[in-house]
Ligand binder design. Structure first.
Ligand SMILES: [Zn+2]
Length: 306
C-alpha cells in the first residue's frame, strides 16, 4: 500500500516536473540539431525524438503514459486561428492527438465568448511525442497543452514576438495569492470553461491560482476538482485531456482525489519550503533520462517511421 502510494506520488511528480519554462525565450535562428554521433541503446530517447521534425504518418494514437510514451499520427494546431496564436514556433511543439487540437480550437472559441480575447498556446507535444530536451516530463503522448495566462492581443504577433514576448506573471510577489493588478474575472472563467469540457482530465495551476479560483467559483463548484495545484504554472496553465478511445495503449492517470481541493487542502503548498524552492535549471537535464527500452515497444515504430 505504502509502495503504491509512493509510486503514485512519484508518477504524479514526474508527470508535471519542470513546468516553469514557458517563459524560456526561443530563437529565430535555424536550430536544426546535429546528427547523433553514436546512437545506441543507451541514447536518451529525448535526443532521438527531438530530431524528428515531422509526425509519423500512421493513424493517430497516443501510446503510453503522459510522462512515458509517444504519439503516432500527430496533428498540428495551426499557428494562427481566429481566436488563438501559437507561441515559441522554434520549439516545433504545436503537435497533438487530433482530440487535443479539437479541444484547443473549441476552448479558443468559448474563450472569446467569456471575455478572453483568444488563446496564446505554448507547448503541446513534439511531432512524434516522446521525451523532450527541455521543459517538461509530461507532454509525451499528445494530450497535454500549456496555455498562457495572457490573453491574445488584437493583432497577429510577429515571428520575433512569438519567440521573445513574455507571458504575464499572475501570482503576487509573496506567492500567497494572485496579483490583483493582473488577475481578472476572465482568468477564472477561462479556467472554468476549460475544466468543464468533458474531454479534460485535469488542469494544473499554481496553488495561489487555485486559491483564487476557490474564492471566485461561487456556488457552481464541481469543476474545481479537476483543477489541481502544482509548482510553476504561474504564467500558464496546463490542460491534460483523457486517453482517446482510439488509443488502447494510452495509459490513463488515476483520478484526482475527491473533493474540490480548496481551503486547508492547499495548506501544504504555502509552507516556506514550497513557496521558495530552489530555482529550476534552464539547462538541459544531465540526468540519463528515459531510453527507448523504457518506453512502450510501439514507440520504436513511431520513431523509425519515415
Ligand atoms: Zn505543461
Amino acid at each position: 500500500m505504502m509502495f503504491a502510494l509512493v509510486g503514485l506520488i512519484v508518477a504524479l511528480f514526474l508527470a508535471v516536473l519542470g513546468p516553469t519554462l514557458a517563459q524560456d525565450p526561443g530563437t529565430v535562428e535555424d536550430k536544426t540539431l546535429p546528427p547523433l554521433e553514436h546512437p545506441g541503446s543507451s541514447t536518451p530517447a529525448r535526443e532521438l525524438f527531438a530530431r524528428k521534425a515531422t509526425p509519423d504518418p500512421a493513424t493517430a494514437r497516443s501510446i503510453g503514459f503522459y510522462s512515458r510514451g509517444c504519439l503516432a499520427g500527430a496533428a498540428a494546431l495551426p499557428i494562427d486561428g481566429a481566436t488563438w496564436q501559437v507561441m515559441r514556433l522554434s520549439r516545433n511543439r504545436n503537435w497533438g492527438h487530433p482530440k487535443l487540437v479539437e479541444f484547443l480550437e473549441r476552448l479558443a472559441d468559448k474563450a472569446k465568448k467569456i471575455g478572453w480575447n483568444g488563446l496564446l498556446v505554448g507547448d503541446m507535444s513534439q511531432p512524434r511525442g516522446g521525451p523532450m530536451l527541455s521543459g517538461h516530463a509530461s507532454h509525451q503522448i499528445g494530450l497535454d497543452a500549456d496555455i498562457w495566462l495572457t490573453p491574445m492581443p488584437d493583432r497577429k504577433l510577429s515571428r520575433e514576438e512569438r519567440e521573445f514576448m513574455s507571458a504575464t506573471m499572475a501570482v503576487r510577489d509573496d506567492r500567497l495569492d494572485v496579483d490583483p493588478k493582473v488577475w481578472t474575472r476572465a482568468h477564472t472563467e477561462l479556467i472554468r470553461v476549460a475544466a468543464e469540457d468533458p474531454a479534460v482530465e485535469r488542469i494544473f495551476v499554481n496553488a495561489a491560482i487555485k486559491k483564487a479560483l476557490c474564492r471566485e467559483a461561487g456556488s457552481d463548484r464541481g469543476w474545481l476538482a479537476k483543477v489541481r495545484p502544482w509548482r510553476g504554472h504561474d504564467y500558464h496553465f496546463h490542460v491534460r485531456i483523457y486517453c482517446p478511445p482510439d488509443s488502447p495503449q494510452c495509459e490513463p492517470q488515476p483520478p484526482p482525489e475527491s473533493g474540490e481541493g480548496c481551503g486547508h487542502d492547499l495548506d501544504s503548498w504555502f509552507t516556506e519550503a514550497m513557496l521558495h524552492p530552489p530555482p529550476p535549471s534552464a539547462e538541459p537535464s544531465k540526468k540519463p533520462g528515459l531510453t527507448m527500452a523504457n518506453l512502450p515497444p510501439a514507440c520504436r515504430q513511431v520513431l523509425m517511421a519515415p
